[in-house]
Design a protein around this ligand. Structure first.
Ligand SMILES: Cc1cc2nc3c(=O)[nH]c(=O)nc-3n(C[C@H](O)[C@H](O)[C@H](O)COP(=O)(O)OP(=O)(O)OC[C@H]3O[C@@H](n4cnc5c(N)ncnc54)[C@H](O)[C@@H]3O)c2cc1C
Length: 495
């Protein structure tokens, strides 16, 4: 994976840049020692590592604005970072970029039950938002498996999803407003406590912008009353085809479960060995279907889903009898990533999304690829959304095995696009899928997307090397005036 070549003149100015930033963020807010920077050198995509030029930890919007204004004037690149759990390398540092760490933005600013929303700083964890309101019977619906650690700012930047997003929507559907700082230091607000706003949907544009358009400094999200009741079904199938058919049948009956997740045999076995959730080990596919809402509705829907499962060929079926059992059904699924981590020194998690009815075909082709590459793969997926998370198992200590895992992963994502799906469901493009973007978008599409980037960050200083396989000069995209034949920003890298 090729990243932009570091700007030697910036590397040479490291001490000077640190001194200048210390004037903005005094005390321990600027980290420059190589030992302390080690903790920042990768995010959740640990296959790639790079210490940043330095790390800076601002505490308020004013400081973020001054840092960005300084970087804009001096041509210093900036990589924003929340909790560093990105699985696509979105927060991977660059040698010549400062890492802007938002962890100190950790306050809940306002809980407004009348308007059913919370205003929080971007470094608050996803679960922290729920924790602050659950005593009053409320919660924040999008629930990435990393929710104990990932920040809401990172969720906005990646448009994060989770088990309950099938029914309640992704981050974008639960976001009401943000405060954001542009690279020149301008502070903007999009949305608020109200629904929708006049003009372009800039809030939608910022959601999923992967730190390339601005830095989020405040977030307003919807909070929902907790459903009266929730029960889960654990359904085992002899083949993934039958499991996939059951998913399609449930949706086509007009039932939208609170969550609908599937695991294949390697994932079931890994999860069961890890948490003893009581999963059947002799099935090829396991489906967890959760129904939530008023008691009478849930009881009725449990019956209907049980019937559909029987007709779809379920060979085992269990209904959670109490809250403890429901949590146990989920415990295996939620621990599936670390469970697979016990089987292999390293794994590479993919995130393609496919039309639901292509699931059996894609699983079959994945098994063939697994044999071709000689690498194991375990599958967990948000079945209702068609969002796959194949976990490719490899050992980075074996020369060439990381590259083999990457090629295998690329083949899976190409397959997702080939069957009518997309490269990413919720983890973002980052560096991981950057070079596959042309598989999905034409050159014209990509140039149009880059024009949006240029409108916000013409010098390409915010998170360069991520998302776009090539950084065109904004001038080439018709955004800039070329004066006397001289290109502005001749140093913008192409890689
Ligand atoms: C075990 C595990 C399970 C996971 N499960 C899920 C899952 O179920 N669903 C899911 O969607 N994801 C999942 N993820 C991926 C990850 O947790 C999400 O992408 C999350 O949204 C990243 O948040 P973060 O705070 O860690 O952001 P980071 O990793 O720090 O950053 C991610 C991106 O956001 C940008 N960014 C961060 N903060 C800001 C800000 N304040 N302003 C502007 N840009 C910013 C960064 O530049 C980067 O591009 C999982 C990760 C792990 C390790």
């Amino acid at each position: 994976m090729k990243m932009p070549d570091p700007d030697q003149s910036i590397l040479a100015r490291r001490e000077e840049i640190a001194d200048r930033l210390r004037l903005i963020v005094p005390g321990e807010g600027v980290i420059i020692s190589s030992q302390e920077l080690q903790v920042y050198e990768s995010d959740g995509l640990t296959a790639y590592r790079q210490p940043p030029l330095l790390a800076v930890l601002p505490e308020n919007t004013q400081q973020v604005s001054e840092i960005l204004k300084y970087c804009h004037t001096e041509g210093v690149k900036v990589v924003p970072r929340g909790s560093g759990t990105s699985l696509s390398g979105g927060a991977l540092p660059l040698a010549d970029a400062i890492l802007l760490c938002m962890g100190k933005f950790n306050q809940i600013l306002d809980v407004d039950y009348d308007n059913r929303c919370s205003v929080v700083q971007p470094g608050v964890t996803n679960l922290g938002i729920t924790k602050a309101v659950e005593g009053d019977g409320f919660y924040y619906a999008p629930d990435p498996s990393s929710q104990i650690a990932c920040s809401i700012g990172g969720n906005v930047a990646e448009n994060a999803g989770g088990v309950h997003c099938l029914k309640y929507g992704l981050t974008t559907n639960n976001l009401l407003g943000i405060e954001m700082v542009l690279i020149d230091g301008t502070v903007l607000r999009f949305g608020g406590k109200h629904f929708d706003g006049a003009g372009y949907d800039l809030l939608g544009l910022m959601t999923g912008s992967e730190g390339l358009l601005g830095v989020v400094t405040e977030v307003t999200v919807r909070i929902l009353p907790k459903p009266e009741t929730a029960r889960a079904l654990l359904l085992g199938f002899s083949t993934s085809e039958e499991g996939g058919a059951c998913v399609a049948a449930i949706i086509s009956e007009g039932i939208i479960p609170g969550g609908m997740e599937m695991m294949d045999k390697p994932a079931i076995q890994a999860a069961e060995a890890f948490v003893n959730a009581g999963y059947p080990l002799d099935v090829d596919a396991l489906l967890i279907v959760e129904l939530d809402g008023p008691q009478a509705e849930v009881d009725y829907l449990i019956e209907r889903v049980s019937d559909i499962a029987k007709k779809s060929g379920a060979v085992t079926s269990r209904i959670s009898q109490n809250e403890e059992e429901r949590q146990l059904f989920w415990a295996g699924r939620k621990a599936a990533f670390p469970a697979v981590g016990r089987l292999t020194p390293d794994y590479y998690c993919m995130d393609g999304t496919i039309p639901r009815n292509k699931l059996p075909l894609v699983l079959k082709r994945m098994r063939e690829m697994s044999a071709h590459y000689g690498l194991g793969v375990a599958n967990v997926f948000h079945a209702g959304d068609g969002n796959l998370h194949p976990l490719i198992m490899y050992d980075a200590n074996n020369p060439g095995e990381l590259e083999k895992a990457e090629d295998f992963g690329s083949d899976i994502l190409r397959l997702c696009v080939e069957v009518g799906g997309v490269l990413t469901g919720e983890h973002g493009v980052g560096v991981e899928k950057r070079d596959l973007m042309p598989e999905m978008f034409t050159d014209v599409d990509l140039k149009q997307q880059l024009r949006v980037k240029c409108a916000f960050d013409a010098k390409a200083l915010l998170n360069p090397g991520k998302v776009f396989p090539e950084l065109h000069r904004c001038a080439e995209l018709g955004r800039m005036h070329i004066h006397k034949g001289k290109l502005p920003f001749p140093d913008i890298p192409r890689f």
